[in-house]
Ligand binder design. Sequence first.
Ligand code: ACO
Length: 428
Amino acid sequence: MSEIARIEVGGKVYEYPVVEGTEGEKGIDILKFRADSGYITLDEGFGNTGSCRSAITFIDGGKGILRYRGIPIEQLAEKSSFVETSFLVIYGHLPNKEELKKFSMSLTQEAPLHENIHQNFNGFSTNGHPMAILSSMINAMSTYHPDLLEVDGDEQFYSAAVRLISKVRTIAAAAYRTSKGLPLNYPKKGSNYAKNFLELMFSNPHEQHVPSEEAIKALNLFLLLHADHEQNCSTSTVRMVASSGANMFTACSAGVCALWGPLHGGANMAVLQMLEDIEKNGVSVNDYVNRVKDKKSGIKLMGFGHRVYKNFDPRAKILQTAAKNLLDKMHIQDKKLEIAQELADIALHDEYFIERNLYPNVDFYSGLILSALNIPLDMFTVMFAIGRMPGWIANWKEVHDNKKGKISRPRQIYTGPTENDFIARDNR
Ligand code: ACO
C-alpha cells in the first residue's frame, strides 16, 4: 500500500499521498492542502520544496553523486564529449553513431549568426558585461526564428535546440569581442564545438588562433561538467518562464540572467577574484579563513558550500585533477592553484566548515582552468551559461511536453500593512 502523510493543523488531520522517485527519495504531494485546510506551506528559498518531477539529472548531495540520465558524471567526464552529453541530457539516451553525426553536423551548420545580428552587437557599450549582452542576444535570436516560437513536434524542437546550443558559443565569443572593441570572427567549418569557440574568441584578421589539444580537452570537460544540475536557481527560472508557455529562446535568456548572480554562476568569477586578492595583498591563507569565519566580516569562502551537496561536489573533484593536469601540461606555474589547494586543505579540517558541511563546489577549481585558457574574468559566467544550455533546453522540454502542467505560481504570506485609506496629497 502506498504511504500516506498526515498533517495535523487547526485541530484537524489531513492526509496526502507520498510520492516516491526512482532513486527512493520521497515527497509529500500537498497540492490540495490549501484548498482543504486554508493553510499554505512556507519554505523561503525553497530549501525543502520539490517544484517538479524530472527525469533528467539525479543528485545525492549527501553522498556526492551526480548522474545525467542515470550515467555517473565521472564516466561521462572520462568517456564522453560535451556534444554527446548534450544529446544525452536533452533526449534521455546516448546517441548512436548516426544520431551523433547528425547532431554534430547540425551544430556546425548552425554556428554562424544571421548577418543582421552582427549589427546588433554594435548597440552595446564596449564596457558592457558579456552576461548582459549574452542574455539580450539570446532573446533577440528569437526574432530571427519566428517559426520556432511555437514548438509543435520533434523537428521544430530539434531546430530550436541545435540553434541555441550552437549559436550560444558564437554569441558568447562575439559578446567578448564586442566588449573589447575587437572585430567579430566567423565560425570555421572543420572545427569541433570547443575548438570552434576558442577560435572565435581569439582569432584576429591577421592571425588565425590554433588552440592546443589540451586546451580543447579542458574546455570540453568544463562544458560537459556544467551541462545540467537539476533544479538550481537558473534552471528553476527557465522552468518558471517555460510554464507560462514562453518560447525556448526567452526562457533560456532568463536562465542566463539568473545565472549571473555571485551566489550562483557568478561564483566562478568571485573565486578567482578572491584568489587574486589573497595573492596580491599577501594575506596568509590562515588569516583569510579566520576572516571568513568571523560573521561580522560578511566574507564568504567563495566556491565553498552548496544548497544540495553536503559532501564533496563530484564536479569539483574532477576539476581539481583537471586543473592541475592542464597547468602542468601548459607549463603554467599559477600561485592561485597553490592558494586554492591550501584554502581547501585548511577549510576541510576546520570545525566551522566541518560542522556546516561546507565543501568545495564546481566553481572552486573551474576558474583556474578558464584562466589557463586565457578566458577573461568577466567571461567566466558566460562559459558556465554555454555549458548549461543543454540542461536548460531539456528542462524547458519537460515543461513544454507536460500536457497536464500548470503555470508556476507560488503563494506568499503577506506581511505588509493591513487595509488603510488613501490620504489626499495636501494632507500627507
Ligand atoms: N563561506 C563561509 N560560510 C558559509 C559559506 C561559505 N562559502 N557557505 C555557507 N556558509 C555558512 C552560512 O553563513 C551559514 O552559517 P550559519 O549556520 O552560521 O548561519 C551556513 O554555512 C549555512 O549556509 P546557507 O547560506 O544557509 O546555505 P545555503 O544552502 O542557503 O547556500 C550557497 C548555499 C549559496 C552556495 C552558499 O554556500 C554560498 O554562498 N557559497 C559561496 C558562493 C558559491 O560558491 N556559490 C556557488 C554555488 S554552486 C553553483 O551555483 C554552481
